[in-house]
Write a protein that binds this ligand. Sequence first.
Ligand code: ADP
Ligand code: ADP
Length: 231
Amino acid sequence: GAAARATDLSKVYGEGETQVIALDSVSVEFRQAEFTAIMGPSGSGKSTLMHCMAGLDTISSGSARIGDVELTTLKDKKLTQLRRDKIGFIFQAFNLLPTLNALENITLPMDIAGRKADQAWLDQVVATVGLAGRLKHRPNQLSGGQQQRVAVARALAGQPEIIFADEPTGNLDSRSGAEVLGFLRNSVRELGQTIVMVTHDPVAASYSDRVVFLADGRIVDELRGPTADSV
Ligand code: ADP
Ligand code: ADP
């Protein structure tokens, strides 16, 4: 089944002379346990697509669904709740809280939501992203790669329907980046997580199952492979 789906999704910013069609009738499906990379030139609509699918931005027309929930039918409060319960986020800047240790950072969103993390799942997540033995460390006691792995674990902790990752390796050297990408792929393979990743980097995209290319707000190409090696 589809973890998320856009159907004829359009997004227009501004009006009149300053109008920008950021997304022009985009239809795309993100299947469960699939790792999709979204590539395309700057300004092609990658961030807008991610923000619309994650309920961070309203859409102008068409449909955006997470699971079987149509985002356009939700009022602000329900949308916030859906983001909290169904969606994981990973950013380029790791966005960890410096005063909390790794484990506290990982469970923070669930603590805020008043949800109790499933301990067996947490153990599996921590093992999957290679953080055992680092849980008591604060962010400034961890390398960049390790900090991003904490952010990956934080996104996974609540067993979200889908994770959106925005240039997750943008601040990492190539070796740490490769590690993080390996752990993202492991979480798709071993934990069945669905991941959508925006990236400029063909090496990063090569870790995915499928690459969707955007240009001028439209999907212009799609590659699929065991890993989409041919990018
Ligand atoms: P990408 O992530 O591929 O670089 P974006 O989704 O950020 O592209 O932008 C797509 C288009 O929409 C660009 O032309 C950009 O200038 C425009 N755009 C994005 N956000 C806004 C905004 N808040 N207001 C007006 N135009 C925007
Ligand atoms: P990687 O390249 O695997 O991300 P590094 O080579 O930067 O990691 O770091 C190697 C080891 O040194 C890591 O396992 C980490 O525990 C430790 N380390 C890195 N940065 C710091 C730091 N600022 N404070 C304490 N320990 C650190």
